[in-house]
Design a protein around this ligand. Structure first.
Ligand SMILES: C[S@@+](CC[C@H](N)C(=O)[O-])C[C@H]1O[C@@H](n2cnc3c(N)ncnc32)[C@H](O)[C@@H]1O
Length: 180
């Protein structure tokens, strides 16, 4: 069977323009994005559920689901064409650990203690989107550029993991022990 990451990259290339998925720049840098997605996995314990907010074309959630079949992931994406692509990708890649929620994550009715959100909003804004669904301690993970420390401070969250990803980006994980 073809490598699943390679198959995902081919799907992205095929549907990127028609479904308005990702820019040509992201397509050209896919190996960097796949490496970043693996870094999320380093923070996540065995067997947990993860809510990925604003999954877009599936970064980091699809490569993460491929690398970590022990995780169960909900991919929340409000744009219908992107959600349809996520459904298609999960089916073609045989990702039984992926569920797609097509809607605003503020209406998602599940519960979770692990949230990822890449290129969606500052940490404190993402927290407000998911607070209704949070189990505590709650872990928030994102790839960030400069400025994230102010976001963490606004939230009063503990920063427990920072990993440089190159080009000034860092993988950052925050923990909230109780609701804000
Ligand atoms: C800039 S894209 C980033 C996509 C992907 N995470 C990435 O890193 O390439 C942000 C995505 O978040 C989605 N989004 C923003 N707010 C959302 C919400 N409240 N509920 C669900 N999806 C949301 C948008 O539709 C968009 O597809």
């Amino acid at each position: 069977m073809k490598d699943r990451l390679e198959a995902y990259a081919e799907l992205l290339e095929r549907y990127a323009a028609s479904a308005n998925l990702v820019s040509p720049k992201v397509l050209a840098e896919l190996p960097v994005h796949f490496a970043a997605a693996r870094a999320y996995g380093e923070v996540l314990p065995e067997g947990v559920h993860v809510l990925d907010v604003g999954s877009g074309a599936g970064l980091p959630a699809i490569p993460l689901a491929i690398a970590r079949p022990d995780l169960t992931l909900t991919l929340a994406e409000r744009r219908a064409k992107r959600a349809a692509f996520l459904d298609l990708a999960a089916a073609r890649l045989g990702l039984e650990n992926v569920r797609v929620y097509n809607g605003d994550v503020q209406q998602w009715s599940g519960r979770t203690a692990y949230v990822t959100a890449q290129a969606v909003a500052p940490f404190d804004v993402v927290y407000r989107l998911v607070a209704h669904a949070a189990d505590y301690p709650l872990t928030l993970i994102a790839r960030k550029g400069p400025g994230w420390r102010a976001e963490a401070a606004r939230l009063g969250a503990e920063v427990f993991h920072v990993k440089p990803l190159g080009s000034g980006a860092e993988l950052v994980a925050l923990r909230l022990e109780a609701p804000r």
